[in-house]
Design a protein around this ligand. Sequence first.
Ligand SMILES: CC(C)(COP(=O)(O)OP(=O)(O)OC[C@H]1O[C@@H](n2cnc3c(N)ncnc32)[C@H](O)[C@@H]1OP(=O)(O)O)[C@@H](O)C(=O)NCCC(=O)NCCS
Length: 193
Amino acid sequence: MLSVGSTNQRNDLAVEIVRDLSDFMKVVAIRASVFLAEQDCPYDEEFDHNDLSSLHLIAYLRGEPVATLRVRWFANFAKIERVCVMKHVRGGAVVKLMIETAVDIISRKGYTLAIGYIQKRLAPFWKQLGFLPREGRSDFRFSDYEYVECQRVLPARMDAITIDSDPYVVMRPEGAWDRENVLDRSASRPAVA
Ligand SMILES: CC(C)(COP(=O)(O)OP(=O)(O)OC[C@H]1O[C@@H](n2cnc3c(N)ncnc32)[C@H](O)[C@@H]1OP(=O)(O)O)[C@@H](O)C(=O)NCCC(=O)NCCS
């Protein structure tokens, strides 16, 4: 099982959740270099007002931020978006570790369905990651690319967070559900009311 802070020692890779504005600046830098500079995406289409409501991941190679994605949350599915790896590190293990970390977070939160709108030319690549075209859905176009809706069905897991989970677990930072934190420790103080 993966978890946030997933590492691949052999390749010196780590995947982390964005937790503050300094991390978020790394996301903007990576996406600007890939989608704005490389794919000529207009700024307003890339930074579409959904970033502050998303969970973002960053992959680090030897400490350097090199890849990112975001996850948006809906009632019964999570949607993986803006997957990109900086050009000089493509073709390695980065994207796989990042996607598997995202899938792990999504399933731990209790979702059994992850979807992505995949650039059509990349459908074979996404198939290797377990994302298959959704039947009966038409291709569509935005930001100058053809897209296909893909999904990956995730097994329900015993440790999924539910409404009946321990409140201290639910309160912990995203992805750090198994690590005691300040709010756990605050419980040792007497309640004032
Ligand atoms: C898609 C991406 C994240 C994959 O990361 P990666 O595995 O490290 O990168 P690679 O360039 O080795 O691509 C993986 C596979 O996709 C294929 N691929 C990548 N770009 C492609 C393109 N423009 N057209 C067709 N196939 C492409 C590669 O040929 C490769 O196939 P292979 O595994 O059979 O060799 C990376 O190519 C990327 O960041 N691309 C730019 C951002 C982007 O388009 N994101 C949209 C995702 S829907």
